[in-house]
Design a protein around this ligand. Structure first.
Ligand SMILES: CSC[C@H]1O[C@H](OP(=O)(O)O)[C@H](O)[C@@H]1O
Length: 339
């Protein structure tokens, strides 16, 4: 795949982490610059940068912004950034790599350089993983012309190209006719605001639907496959992803539509036997009660706002990673795949 027309989600230059501010899309394409750990933590927390792989890459660069730039400062930065969001395991995968570099570097004078090199390596590795997910995923979708997705698992959620959207970019760029139906994805509308934006920028036909329309759309028989990303996949293949993914998987099963999860190996947490053990982020009431500043829920009413749900492996037709495809995933198959 060649570069999409979407600018890269994040870049690190001269001690500045430059992020596309995803809270401002689709209306404005603007960047936000982080120059220290707290600004990076806040950007992850507010979903200025979001998506499991992108969060990991941003946090790795955030460590490089530690002040003081010494061993204690870097370790404190790692600890602080680990509190930004709990579900996407890529955050901890990246921070663990940065911590390993600190612990294995004897000279404090070398730390800044080796940490920056590790963050760049994490960023570069993600580009390769997304590219390869695109290649492997394209084989799964080779006979598909209409796919449904949820939230945003595109270039904006990663270094570039994405996970769930990478196969779609791959097929589109090879001349294969494919259109995407994108769930708006309440409450923060990553599908309507981000997936529709980046696909439109790339010239991929995209139709936005409300989350409640997915069942009726699947019932029409128009959808050839559902493909989504993931934030953390347990050892048995249970996958945590944006809230609303689980009911979509149930609907896909009921309507006999293949349900695919696309994720790099950095999204797997083999320390967890199953998805019940995945920490689910609970976000603020206001995201549900007052979208865009308009109060839609009376103060007297309670609100719940889990950011993710877990799809059991038995509802997943296949998981595609940069290493290939695992059909009907289970603990044994995934252990072999990731070995
Ligand atoms: C390629 S991971 C994308 C993944 O992250 C999203 O969550 P959020 O926007 O809250 O960071 C969503 O679960 C996507 O599938």
């Amino acid at each position: 795949m060649n570069d999409t027309t979407v600018p890269e989600t994040l870049a690190y230059t001269n001690g500045r982490l430059v992020l596309i501010d995803q809270t401002r899309l689709p209306g404005e394409l603007v960047t936000l610059v982080c120059e220290d750990v707290e600004q990076t933590h806040d950007a992850i927390r507010r979903l200025v940068v979001r998506g499991a792989p992108a969060i990991g890459i941003a946090a790795a660069y955030g460590v490089c912004l530690a002040k003081p730039a010494n061993r204690a400062g870097y370790l404190s930065a790692i600890e602080r950034l680990a509190t930004s969001r709990p579900t996407a395991v890529n955050l901890f995968w990246a921070l663990d790599r940065m911590k390993a570099v600190v612990e294995s570097t004897s000279s404090d004078d070398d730390l800044a350089g080796v940490l920056q090199a590790e963050a760049i390596a994490i960023h570069d590795q993600d580009r390769m993983m997304c590219r390869d997910i695109g290649r492997h995923g394209a084989t799964l979708l080779r006979d598909c012309h209409a796919v449904l997705t949820h939230c945003n698992a595109g270039g904006l959620a990663t270094s570039m190209w994405g996970t769930a959207l990478a196969p779609i970019y791959h097929l589109h760029q090879s001349g294969h006719a494919i259109e995407v139906f994108a769930d708006e994805t309440r409450p923060l509308l990553q599908g309507a605001r981000l997936t529709a934006w980046e696909l439109s920028q790339a010239g991929v036909p995209v139709t936005v639907l409300t989350d409640s329309m997915a069942g009726s759309l699947l019932r029409t028989g128009k959808i050839d496959a559902v493909i989504v990303g993931a934030d953390r996949i347990a050892a048995n293949g249970d996958a945590a992803n944006k809230i609303g993914t689980y009911p979509l998987a149930v609907l896909a099963k009921y309507h006999d539509v293949p349900f695919y999860v696309a994720a790099p190996s950095s999204t797997f947490d083999l320390s967890l036997a199953n998805g019940d053990l995945i920490p689910i982020e609970q976000r603020a009431r206001i995201e549900v009660s007052s979208p865009h500043g308009v109060c839609v829920v009376p103060d007297a009413a309670n609100v719940i706002n889990p950011a993710f749900d877990v799809t059991p492996a038995d509802l997943i037709t296949a998981i595609v990673t940069e290493l290939g495809v695992v059909e009907s995933p289970d603990t044994e198959k995934l252990a072999r795949h990731l070995a």
